[in-house]
Write a protein that binds this ligand. Structure first.
Ligand code: SAM
Length: 490
């Protein structure tokens, strides 16, 4: 059983945080140092990183202890870390002394202005840690960015792990409930809430929604154990249901825990089996849920490529003891051809619900801002299938991430425009070719005027009949909004 860290006083948490910040053990250092972005994959990587951190200095000692998980000579550590901080680190169980060495019990990862403790990489490499609590990894960061612009209030962090999602959401939430099947996850979440001074968080242990039976939330965030594997021994990424049925279960049970207007946002994987389209499974998951749904399918792998990738990530130190053919038999017997993955957002809403599915690689380092609520607001209007008269009441707004790209060629002594393309940058990009007239019109779509007002202005300016301008503008606006290149507001 690995040692668990324990909260001390708020003053000691402040002291630890303050020292880590002062030493530069912060998010920006990791973001701007390419060699610190990934954990060492093998002994050679580790050797390289140990060498990169050989100069004297507090930051190097902290990186070695808490990122590389490498024990350090006590004399070196006491030369760099003030006695009070060292004492708090030791008493809270973040480190321990073993002979003349200081040994890290946990990994520390800075995220934004906070820092999170989780199990050490050595525990993962050992491969026998069924109750491993994973550090904030790219999937955690993707879901955190995806949910950051969603109205919160009462928040549920389902499968909280080290607590990263709930703790980062805490300052903009009334209350956060973090649940996990793994009791060690609850302990880490409580510890990290203490370390980061977050007071409005409760932790509960149990299966899926069992610990919150009868309660409702405004935002449910879930980065579930979605790997589709023949086994179920790694709680942080595997589950004991067949194929993708655990993700389905979470999606089917979620509406019962959402307030009207509340969102569920999750990362999911699902299979495409022989005779089905990839869309069919998701459509069945959300059918009759009482929720609107937006799915972005961001990757797909054939069964063999998926198995190879997951065996590498789930069992890094035990590659040779896993039989690839066992995994393939599991998929073949169930007719699995491909595995798909993406981000899913549901919003509980009475009335006729819509389902929107996009196919687009997602930039996991991008900032979503309020993309989710804006996409839902636009889709609400589009799904009402409004005739032009109703569409004219909507206020179109060009997203601030939109860029117009013009390609011109020199011809006859001047530049001749060859093409115009509207591009949406950001985590879920989009693009569409335009003509000059539509591009000019779009520049006026600032969300302050209704489409009707914009059409009147334009028809007066170009001296064209109102009905002809209206027909063209409504057609263009509809097409752009369907591709998320224009937002519609009421
Ligand atoms: C992929 S990790 C996500 C952790 C954290 N939310 C993050 O994003 O880094 C999945 C989490 O779900 C938890 N879990 C697995 N099965 C569960 C279940 N049946 N009910 C609740 N939590 C579960 C695991 O213990 C793990 O902490």
């Amino acid at each position: 059983m690995a040692l668990m860290p324990r909260p001390l006083s708020n003053g000691e948490a402040r002291e630890i945080r303050g020292f880590l910040k002062e030493a530069g053990f912060v998010h920006d250092t990791f973001r701007h140092s390419a060699w610190l972005r990934e954990l060492p994959k093998n002994a050679a990587d580790l050797d390289y990183m140990i060498d990169r951190t050989s100069a004297a200095g507090a930051l190097n000692v902290l990186v070695r202890l808490f990122f590389l998980g490498a024990p350090q000579d006590a004399e070196t550590v006491t030369g760099q870390i003030p006695a009070g901080v060292l004492c708090a680190l030791e008493q809270s169980g973040i480190i321990r002394r073993t002979g003349a060495e200081i040994v890290p019990n946990v990994m520390l990862t800075p995220c934004d202005d906070l820092v999170f403790a989780a199990d050490s990489p050595a525990r993962m490499r050992a491969g026998d840690s069924e109750d491993l609590v994973l550090w904030p990894n790219p999937t955690s960061r993707l879901l955190q960015a995806f949910t950051a612009g969603t109205p919160s209030g009462m928040v549920l962090d389902l499968g909280s792990g080290c607590g990263i999602l709930g703790i980062l959401a805490a300052p903009r939430s009334r209350h956060v409930t973090a649940t996990d099947l793994n009791p060690r996850a609850g302990e880490f979440t409580r510890f990290n809430a203490w370390l980061n001074g977050a007071g409005n968080i409760e932790t509960l242990t149990g299966d899926t929604f069992t610990p919150v039976a009868g309660r409702k939330f405004d935002l449910i965030m879930a980065n579930p154990p979605f790997f589709i594997t023949p086994g179920s021994s790694q709680m942080y990424c595997e589950n004991n249901m067949d194929l993708d049925l655990y993700c389905r279960r979470v999606v089917r049970e979620t509406p019962g825990y959402l307030n009207e207007g509340g969102y569920f946002q999750a990362l999911v994987e699902w299979v495409q089996v022989k005779g089905q389209r990839w869309q069919d499974r998701i459509a069945e998951w959300v059918e009759g849920s009482g929720c609107d749904a937006w799915l972005v399918r961001s990757y797909a792998r054939d069964a063999a490529a998926y198995a190879e990738e997951r065996i590498q990530t789930t069992w890094p130190g035990h590659r040779s003891s896993i039989r690839f053919s066992d995994w393939m038999d599991y998929y073949r017997q169930r007719g699995v051809e491909e595995v798909h993955g993406g981000i899913l957002a549901l919003r509980r809403r009475s009335g006729e619900n819509w389902l929107r599915m996009d196919e687009q690689p997602v930039d996991s380092t991008g900032e979503f801002g309020d993309l989710v609520p804006r996409t839902f607001a636009t889709q609400d209007i589009l799904s009402e299938h409004p005739g032009d008269d109703r569409l004219l009441a909507a206020k179109p707004r060009l997203p601030k991430e939109a860029r117009l790209e013009q390609v011109a060629r020199a011809s006859g002594g001047r530049w001749a425009v060859e093409s115009l393309k509207l591009q949406l940058t950001g985590p879920v990009p989009a693009t569409m070719a335009l003509d000059q007239a539509v591009a000019g019109f779009l520049g006026r779509c600032d969300g302050n005027r209704s489409l009707g007002e914009l059409v009147s202005e334009l028809s007066a300016q170009v001296k064209a009949p109102y009905d002809a301008v209206r027909e063209q503008c409504c057609g263009a606006v509809r097409k752009l909004a369907e591709r998320r290149l224009l937002h519609l507001e009421r």
